[in-house]
Design a protein around this ligand. Structure first.
Ligand SMILES: [Mg+2]
Length: 219
């Protein structure tokens, strides 16, 4: 029974992309094309070099944006607006997930390395608008991204999240290391399980996992 691991949780923190919708929507394919084109324009490099830089920044800084800011002093706001101008037609409303989220006791938060306005559009397309108490993007951590611990600390301070009473749901295992160290319960949401000391739980069915917690907490 998984629910007893969550009986102390009062803050439910969810990543957005590939967590609150499945990777099969492939939104990141669209975002990646726009990021590559942004890098090509901003740095005057060809597509191959832009792709290489993007991957390098993602690996070394956590996001393309963090690398662009650190190495090229890029202005984050127009960048974030541009790369998130994508078609959300692949997303469908998910009433089961909406109901499972709404049933969680306490504050329900979204925290994404994208921007909060983009996150709100995605939540609306998923029928999840109104299911969360607050939505935080990379701008709320001064554009410092997850997996940096200071980014989590900045966002948690804004919402007065008590880490020892919180759980984090994420598809990127790297982004669970700092939450785990801070005392959160960690859940990896991916099709394939992945073992690591900083991952408490794994699920490939977030709505099902949350419903199981809900039934355990309120039988
Ligand atoms: Mg994600």
């Amino acid at each position: 029974m998984v629910a007893h691991h969550f009986s102390h949780v009062r803050y439910w923190v969810f990543d957005l992309d590939n967590t609150l919708y499945g990777p099969e929507a492939r939104l990141f394919d669209q975002i990646e094309v726009r990021m590559t084109e942004w890098v090509m324009r901003a740095l005057g490099v060809d597509r191959a070099e832009a792709d290489r830089l993007r991957r390098d920044y993602w690996r070394r800084y956590g996001t393309t944006l963090a690398g662009l800011m650190a190495e090229h002093d890029v202005d984050p706001e127009p960048y974030l607006l541009d790369v998130h101008e994508i078609d959300l037609g692949a997303l469908d409303p998910d009433p089961d997930l909406a109901a499972a989220v709404r049933a969680l006791p306490g504050r329900r938060l979204v925290y994404t390395n994208g921007s909060a306005p983009y996150a709100r559009r995605v939540l609306e397309a998923r029928g999840l608008d109104g299911a969360f108490d607050a939505v935080y993007g990379v701008e709320h951590a001064g554009f410092l991204p997850k997996p940096e611990r200071a980014a989590f600390e900045a966002v948690f301070a804004l919402d007065r999240v008590a880490p020892e009473e919180a759980a984090m749901f994420e598809d990127d295992a790297r982004n669970l290391a700092a939450p785990h160290a801070m005392g959160l319960r960690t859940v990896l949401v991916t099709p394939e399980p992945q073992a690591a000391d900083h991952i408490h739980h794994h699920t490939d069915d977030l709505a099902g996992f949350l419903s199981q917690i809900g039934r355990g907490l309120f039988p």
